[in-house]
Every structure is written in structure tokens, then in C-alpha cells.
Design a protein around this ligand. Structure first.
Ligand code: GCV
Length: 656
């Protein structure tokens, strides 16, 4: 299979071979400008390798790629694909659309040049498809270079300064464009001292990154600290209604746009896990966001304001405080108060990127606010890129979920779809080579939220392993396709979440967070387990949903099995819709989960002759660790619940 390219990294889903069909053809390109040059460069490279050529007007092309005013209806990123009389045509009203059209042709391969095809219009469902890097400029003493990063260091920063590896950043931008991503935030939402200065005297370093990203149609965003006027400007306050503070931000933004003309905007984590925010001044989050929005508005920038606001210092004895309620309680009352260029960025679940959570009720409660959905490609709680856990089905479930009858989440998130990046300076980009599938799937789902994730997975397989024999494609599909469900089986059961080692969040610790201030409890005792979030007897979180969900989640009898312990505290003998008791479900799923990992490892081993040795070895080694860790989860979780409940496994398997 493919080898690392010139930038010393894996070509991922763009190996040279994926360009064969394109590279064999005669292509005519009409249009001008830097992005058209990028398209021309891609085609020229492919032709150089496979023997096709670029032709001038007047020739008879197999492929016509053109920017034409006539395609206005496609939006700036859309394109029309057609095949007629032996010529394949991609037409876009803007060069960005042409770039996406080019990668569409690459994905189709030979099929792009086969028979006839009526006009198809392709356009992204949402204008912003972003990756947020939680990359630090300085190595943070606890979090390292990349917070929650499992793929080595940062692509952008090393030991306090920009790495300046332009070729690699460009290679990254190319991969992102090929799956439809068009925005990147280059630093951690936890903005520490060095990172704060990216906004001002260090903006030049950001501009250099932006230049490379721009060559593939990607706009650059920056995380900023709300306290910037104090820590950078020397002002006594960061109060959003203070005239001097507003003037400071206006100046800062002007300078940013002087350096980066197409700058995308800010990402802000405020009043969250100790970060500064408007609460200190008695102001609302709308006040805070709107101040930044006002500064960005003259330049077309956007502020992405995160809704991850909760009490991280709660008393575990206090059963009235429910972290799950926090984002809704803080933000739903502010609906309609945010500026047009302020986007409220909401995590997909009410807690924190667990393997199973209900969809955040905030996503259905703010019709007059531009919302963005935030998911986590970096696998903080899903195996940290040591475990195979392909998240396509989870994200697809969220995007297709109907909090209201009228629209699904994929249609309501007008402000964009965002993932926390899973990429680092690892030669395979993502640490675990198969975690590349998460990045690719994210981009494709952000472009088309109603797409079938399994088809996207097959697309990723076909591109990454071109001309793969059926055995390899089927094996990869088998290893990845059900891996999210497998991970869910051997970790925390029935939506209760966490049960991870505190701090680094890898591996099991059933009571790890039980008596902590973080608000992430399971309340297991000798009689039962789970959190009562009903309106009748619990925290009332279930009532944050509109009907029918408020009613469905309210009682154990109607609550879906997979979320039962998220919403209810039930006895171990409670019978699920599946017909099993809760305790037997815990035992069965934990045994099954480990068996499924062992089977996936066996499938992977059988593919050794078809995968490049380095890639095969890296995955095999991680699979061994996954199997070890899954056993640990199984044995700790099962033993814990046997000891609490005193009820044995009805099948008499080993529980300790
Ligand atoms: C960037 C979780 C993670 C933190 C992260 C935070 C967030 O709590 O553990 O590392 O901080 O989410 O999303 O802001």
C-alpha cells in the first residue's frame, strides 16, 4: 500500500493512486485565481504521474472543470456535475466549488468517466465545517502540547513557537479540503499565556499558517481569552459593556484582519472550567459574545461562543445540582439575544463527549440563535486512539435526531458543524491509522449530514486503499463498522457515562469520579444504579426536551434502553425493553464487547498480507492494547456490580 509522501506523512485518503482515473484524462480548466491554480496543480500532478494532460480551450477534453457565473444557484462552495457526450463537466460559480468538484471526481474514480450522467447539484448543508485544534503553543505542564491529543505533538506549534512546517500544513489542508472541511481553529480553547498573544504581537505566526490553509480554501480561526483586554491590553477590566474594553477589541480585530484578510473569527470558552468570562462582571453570555461579534462584524468574522458552561466545583453530596441541565439553564433563556454573527457552539450531548448521551436539548431550544454542533473526533472518552472506535454512526444519529418534528439536528445547526481535531504530528496523522476514518467521516457528514455513514466508511476505504482486493475492503469494514457499538458494550453501561480514570480519562475506574466535584456520578448502591433526571422525582433534566422526548425520557418504561441509566435510577432487576435485567445486560454486554474486540483483532491479523507492514504493525499493536484494556473494563465493571448487587451472572462466567 501507499508510502509516506514528500512531507514525510501518510497520504491517508489521497494516495497518488486515487488520482489514476483523473490522471489518465485530458482536462480543460477554465477560471483564474489562487484556488483555480490549486486545482490546476492537482490535475497537472495527476497527469504527470499517469500520462493524461491539461488541454487548452479548443481541444476536446474528457473533463471540463470551469468556474462560470451561470452556476449561481450552487452557492460559493457548490458545484454541478454532469456527464454528456463523452465529456465530464464540473461547473461552479466560485473556485471553492471547483475545488470540491475536483475531489468529487477523485472519489468517483473511473465512474466519473463512465456512460452518461444527468446534472447533479452538490452543495454543503452548512457553510461552516470546522476543526478545532486543542493545540497549545507552550507545552502545558499537565495537558502537554495538545490537550486531549493522542496523535503526538501539534502540527502547528512546538515548544513555544510555530513549527513553520509549511509543507505539512499544506498537506493537511489538502486532506481536509478533500473531505469538505473549510475552517480550522489553530489553538486550544483553554487559552494560556503564550497562546493569548497569538491575537496580538504573535499574529504573524498565525498568518503563516493561514496562508497554507488558504491554498485549499480553509479559513483560519483563533481561540481567544475573554480576559485579553486585561492580560494583553493592561486594562483594569474585561467588562463587555466598558467602552475602553470594546475599543480594545476593535483595535485588536482590526490588526488581525490587517494580517489575515480572510480570518474566520474567534472561538471562545468563557466561564467554563475556570476560564474568564462575562459572569465576573454580572453580564450575560449574550453580552460577552455580542461584544466580540460587534468587533468582528465589519470584516465578516464570526464569534463561536461555546455553551460548555457548568459548575465544575459542585459538591457531590448535593443531589439538586445536575451538570446535564447547565447549558440549557444558562443559554436557552438567551435565545434571540445573540448577534447575527455570534454562533453558539453546543456539544452534542449535555455532559461531555461520552460514548452515549442523549442529544443536547439546547440544540432544540434556541430557534432564534445560530447554533453550531460540536463533536469530538479526538477520542478522549472513546479509547484515545489506542482503541478502534469509528464514530460515524454516533455522529449520524445525532445529526438525524429530531428534537422537534419539523427538523433534525443536521438542519437546525445553521452556525456550522465542528469537531475537536484528532490530528497531530504523528506520521499517520491520527496516531491510530484507522482513526483517519473518523476525520474523513466527520468532514463528509458535515458536508451532508443525512449521508449514510457506512457508505462514507466504504468511500474512505476505497480512497485510502485504492484497488484494495475485496477481502481487504470487507475486512476493514468489519473491523470499523461496528466498533462504536463494541466500545459502548465494554465501557460504562446504558448511558450512565464516565467510570474512567480521573484526569487522563483512559481506562476504567468505576468510582473514579463518584465523589468528585465534576458532576459526573452514577449513584450505584446495593439496590440499583443510574441518575434520576425525571421531572417527577429527579433533577428535571428530562423536562428540558420538547414533546415527545420529555415524555419518552420521563419514565423508565418508555426511556430507550441505551439511555436508561442516564435518565433513571433503577434496581438491578429492572427489565429492559430487550427482555434482560439491567444486571444481566451489564454482564452480557461486557463479555460480548471483549469478544468483539478479539474478533476484530483476528480479522486484522488476517489482513497482514494486504496492508503495508508499518501500518499493519501499528494497528496490531494498538489492538493488543485495546484487548487488554477491554478485559480490564469488563472485569472491573462486572466485578463492581456483582459486589454491589450480590446478583450473579446467570451464565456463570468468571466475575471476580
Ligand atoms: C479543552 C473536557 C475536556 C477538557 C476540555 C473541555 C472543553 O472537559 O476534558 O480537556 O478542555 O472538555 O471542552 O472545553
Amino acid at each position: 500500500m501507499s508510502r509516506p509522501d514528500a512531507a514525510g506523512v501518510d497520504p491517508a485518503w489521497l494516495p497518488p493512486e486515487a488520482f489514476r482515473a483523473l490522471g489518465l484524462r485530458r482536462t480543460l480548466i477554465r477560471g483564474a485565481g489562487p484556488l483555480v491554480d490549486t486545482v490546476r496543480g492537482e490535475v497537472a500532478n495527476a497527469c504527470g504521474r499517469f500520462g493524461g494532460r491539461l488541454v487548452e480551450d479548443g481541444g476536446s477534453p474528457d473533463l471540463l472543470l470551469e468556474v462560470a457565473d451561470s452556476q449561481r444557484g450552487t452557492g460559493s462552495e457548490g458545484f454541478v456535475f454532469a456527464r454528456d457526450g463523452g465529456t465530464t463537466t464540473v461547473t461552479a460559480s466560485d473556485a471553492r466549488g471547483l475545488l470540491y468538484g475536483l475531489f468529487h471526481v477523485v472519489r468517483l474514480g473511473e465512474a466519473a468517466f463512465d456512460g452518461e450522467s444527468p446534472r447533479e447539484t452538490h452543495r454543503p448543508a452548512t457553510a461552516l465545517r470546522m476543526l478545532d485544534h486543542w493545540d497549545n503553543v507552550d507545552v502545558h505542564p499537565v495537558m502537554g502540547q495538545v490537550e486531549r491529543g493522542y496523535a503526538g505533538g501539534s502540527l502547528f506549534w512546538r515548544d513555544g513557537r510555530a513549527r513553520g512546517e509549511r509543507e505539512r500544513i499544506r498537506a493537511y489542508a489538502r486532506l481536509l479540503a478533500a473531505c469538505g472541511i473549510n475552517a480550522v481553529c489553530v489553538n486550544n480553547v483553554n487559552v494560556h499565556d503564550a497562546e493569548a498573544r497569538l491575537l496580538t504581537d504573535r499574529i504573524g505566526e498565525v498568518a503563516e499558517i493561514a496562508e497554507e490553509l488558504r491554498s485549499y480554501g480553509i479559513r483560519t480561526h483563533l481561540s481567544v481569552t475573554f480576559a485579553a483586554p486585561i492580560v494583553l491590553g493592561g486594562l483594569p477590566t474585561a467588562d463587555p459593556v466598558d467602552a475602553a474594553v470594546r475599543a480594545w477589541w476593535e483595535r485588536a480585530v482590526r490588526e488581525v484582519y490587517a494580517a489575515i484578510g480572510d480570518f474566520g473569527g474567534f472561538v471562545v470558552k468563557a466561564d467554563s472550567e475556570g476560564r474568564p468570562g462575562p459572569f465576573a462582571y454580572g453580564r450575560s453570555h449574550a453580552d460577552g459574545a455580542n461584544m466580540l461579534a460587534a468587533a468582528l462584524a465589519p470584516y465578516g468574522g464570526t464569534v463561536h461562543w461555546r455553551a460548555f458552561v457548568y459548575d465544575h466545583r459542585q459538591d457531590w453530596r448535593d443531589r439538586t445540582t445536575d451538570r446535564a441541565r447547565a447549558a440549557y439553564d444558562h443559554f436557552a433563556p438567551l435565545d434571540g439575544e445573540f448577534a447575527g454573527n455570534a454562533v453558539l457552539q453546543v456539544k452534542h450531548g449535555p455532559m461531555d463527549f461520552q460514548v452515549r448521551e442523549p442529544v443536547s436539548p439546547v440544540l432544540g431550544a434556541m430557534p432564534r440563535t445560530r447554533l453550531a454542533l460540536e463533536v469530538q473526533a479526538t477520542q478522549e472518552y472513546t479509547g484515545q486512539q489506542r482503541h478502534v472506535c469509528w464514530l460515524g454512526p454516533m455522529w449520524s444519529e445525532v445529526l438525524r435526531f429530531r428534537l422537534q418534528e419539523e427538523a433534525c439536528v443536521g438542519e437546525t445547526v445553521r452556525g456550522g458543524i465542528v469537531a475537536v481535531s484528532n490530528v497531530g504530528d504523528d506520521p499517520f496523522w491520527t496516531g491510530h491509522p484507522l482513526a483517519q476514518a473518523n476525520l474523513y467521516t466527520f468532514g463528509r457528514l458535515a458536508w451532508r449530514p443525512d449521508a449514510d455513514p457506512l457508505r462514507i466508511l466504504d468511500e474512505w476505504i476505497a480512497l485510502t486503499f485504492p484497488a484494495a482486493p475485496e477481502r481487504l475492503a470487507a475486512g476493514l469494514h468489519r473491523v470499523l463498522g461496528g466498533s462504536w457499538a463494541t466500545y459502548e458494550k465494554y465501557t460504562a453501561p446504558l448511558g450512565v457515562g464516565f467510570m474512567v480514570q480521573p484526569g487522563h480519562h483512559y481506562g476504567p475506574s468505576v468510582d473514579g469520579y463518584e465523589y468528585s466535584p465534576w458532576g459526573t456520578y452514577h449513584f450505584a448502591d446495593r439496590d440499583g444504579v443510574g441518575v434520576d433526571r425525571s421531572a417527577a422525582t429527579g433533577t428535571g433534566f428530562a423536562a428540558q426536551y420538547a414533546k415527545p422526548w420529555s415524555e419518552i425520557y420521563e419514565t423508565p418504561g418508555t426511556c430507550p434502553d441505551e439511555l436508561l441509566l442516564f435518565f433513571h435510577h433503577v434496581p438491578y432487576g429492572h427489565v429492559l425493553h430487550s427482555g434482560k435485567t439491567v444486571i444481566q445486560h451489564i454482564y452480557d454486554t461486557h463479555f460480548e464487547g471483549v469478544e468483539e474486540v478479539a474478533e476484530a483483532l483476528w480479522v486484522w491479523e488476517g489482513l497482514a498480507d494486504l496492508v503495508a507492514p508499518a501500518r499493519h504493525a501499528r494497528v496490531a499493536e494498538r489492538f493488543e492494547e485495546q484487548l487488554r484494556c477491554a478485559r480490564e473494563w469488563r472485569d472491573q465493571v462486572n466485578s463492581y456490580f456483582l459486589r454491589k448487587s450480590g446478583i450473579g451472572d446467570e451464565r456463570g462466567r468468571a466475575v471476580y
